[in-house]
Ligand binder design. Structure first.
Ligand code: APR
Length: 320
């Protein structure tokens, strides 16, 4: 059987880490694409030289030509710029929207059968724009945010409870970061709801609320520490988990920014919800019962996404 092909659009911090993880895990041959000449080629050469030490045979190629992504099974998009001091949200939106247009058209023309995972921020708007520009089926274009947000939440809870992170399973909905909606009723440790653990004295409601706040600001906390960039190890690891769910038809239930068609009373928007990811891409949106509070928080998140889409349509008339 021929090896799978993984194309990574954007060879920056996340793109390079994705390539490293994909090679170590033997997901397939890798193409690292970027607009900057030399960077994807240099990273690909460096990563290829891990092969003899680690014992992987994957071919890792750096490229500035979209023709090289032809036939990709999975594409992970991290192309774009991060917000810099003095840049407004609309400035960032304008720049990354242009990037999504180029990337979307590159995918449309060269790898229309791929499963596409978008990581570029602002995520919920960029994944929508990427889908619009690429014209791929909605179930084949998905955004990575929930896996990362829930990993951050699980990490902090495991530390607080003094238990293995392997047993912590957290549930988040909504947008990435600020508007993320953690749902405590569905967050458990070995099946025990977080609220029961609080009642048993593992922690307090106040401490868990503090953890939720820290999780929402999880990206910003890392930016403030790094000073020159944003998080990349956990975002890349989260993207790879979604790629594996597709490539191995795992049918995992993962939180992801998916296109909704009436589920959760949300129509024609990309919003973070639990979905089943398998060989069919996003095979199903899982619609759980929500408390009044969670519903209200989800609505705040949806309103924020809608506002971003209005701004996108204002910037690029072809999206209107
Ligand atoms: N096509 C391809 N690559 C592009 C394009 C483009 N049109 N424009 C920019 N790039 C590349 C840059 O050259 C750079 O190598 O995208 C890469 C982005 O890498 P980093 O700046 O290192 O950013 P990274 O940390 O990888 O994050 C990428 O993911 O989580 C989000 O907010 C984050 O939007 C950001 C994205």
């Amino acid at each position: 059987m021929a090896r799978k092909k993984i194309a990574l659009i954007g060879a920056g911090n996340i793109g390079g880490t994705l390539a490293h993880l994909a090679a170590l895990k033997g997901l397939g041959d890798i193409v690292l694409f970027d607009v900057v000449e030399g960077v994807p080629q240099g990273k690909a050469l460096d990563l290829s030289q891990c092969g003899p030490v680690e014992g992987f045979d994957a071919s890792i190629k750096g490229s500035n030509d979209y023709a090289d992504i032809a036939g990709a099974d999975v594409i992970i998009v991290t192309a774009g710029v991060a917000r810099k001091p003095g840049m407004s949200r609309d400035d960032l939106l304008g720049i990354n929207l242009k990037v999504m247009k180029a990337v979307g058209e590159g995918i449309r023309d060269n790898a229309p059968d791929a499963f596409v995972i978008c990581i570029t921020n602002p995520l919920d708007a960029m994944v929508w724009a990427l889908r619009e520009f690429s014209g791929l089926p909605h179930n084949k274009v998905v955004g990575m945010a929930g896996v990362l947000d829930s990993a951050r939440f699980s990490h902090f809870l495991a530390e607080e409870f003094g238990v293995s992170v392997k047993d912590v399973n957290t549930f988040v909905l909504g947008g990435h970061g600020d508007t993320m909606v953690p749902v405590l009723e569905y967050s458990t440790v070995s099946g025990i709801p977080v609220s029961d653990l609080i009642a048993m004295g593992f922690s307090t409601k106040e401490k868990v609320d503090e953890i939720i706040k820290r999780t929402r600001g999880g990206g910003g906390e890392i930016v403030a520490l790094l000073k020159t960039g944003s998080a990349y190890y956990a975002p890349a690891t989260s993207g790879i988990a979604m790629a594996e769910a597709y490539l191995y038809d795992q049918k995992r239930i993962l939180p992801a920014a998916a296109h909704l068609t009436g589920q959760y009373r949300i129509d024609d928007l990309y919003v973070g919800v639990p979905v089943v990811i398998g060989a069919g891409g996003v095979e199903k949106v899982v619609e759980v019962k929500l408390s009044v509070e969670a519903k209200g928080n989800l609505q705040v998140s949806v309103d924020a996404v809608k506002e971003l889409l209005v701004a996108c349509k204002g910037i690029d008339g072809s999206l209107a």
